[in-house]
Design a protein around this ligand. Structure first.
Ligand code: S3P
Length: 178
């Protein structure tokens, strides 16, 4: 049977996964990348490698707005490519400048999971390496504020109580029907 070519007849040539910190973008993205034979690209990972620094240290040493500029530059650069699964940091889709580029070049999926469920799944170590997750009350406020932006995704997946494989399957089913 000939292999299916995803997004072949679509103007948008990439898939972008958005969602709050810890919503499983990386895990789902890697599964999807294998399944679709698209390259998996994580913007945070690229930023860390290219700057020889962990995100947490970039925040601490240079501040959040410096990080946001690096993030936007990376998104603009990557969005030009094709056949990628782009996993972006939880705050990236909350800036109009990023939303515009991403929506022009990617089909955007929001992995929607309730805040409490995210917290219960994350280990202490995972919470620690995310500077905006150090204070749970503030993180929940951020989560609520960000819903306005996340809702602008092309597809909103109700991912509550679902496994990463199930979410991957849902995305694939949507893509098949396009
Ligand atoms: C952030 C999310 C993080 C990382 C940075 C800021 C955010 O990525 O980009 O710590 O603002 O939500 P993950 O969503 O992969 O944790």
């Amino acid at each position: 049977m000939p292999k299916r070519q995803y997004l072949k007849n679509n103007d948008k040539k990439n898939i972008c996964l958005v969602g709050f910190m810890g919503s499983g973008k990386t895990t789902v993205g890697k599964l999807l990348s294998k399944s679709l034979k698209f390259e998996f690209v994580d913007t945070d990972e690229k930023i860390e490698k290219e700057n020889f620094m962990k995100i947490k240290d970039i925040f601490e040493d240079f501040g959040e707005s410096f990080f946001r500029d690096l993030e936007t530059k990376k998104i603009i650069e990557l969005a030009k490519n094709k056949n990628q699964i782009l996993s972006i940091g939880g705050g990236a889709f909350c800036f109009e400048r990023n939303i515009k580029v991403l929506k022009e070049n990617c089909l955007v999926f929001y992995i929607n999971i309730p805040f409490d469920e995210i917290v219960s799944r994350l280990s202490k170590r995972q919470l620690n390496k995310r500077p905006l997750f150090h204070d749970l009350e503030k993180a929940e406020e951020l989560f609520n504020k960000r819903q306005f932006y996340y809702q602008q995704a092309d597809f909103i997946l109700n991912a509550s109580a679902k496994t990463s494989r199930e979410i991957k399957k849902e995305i694939k089913n949507i893509l098949i029907k396009l």
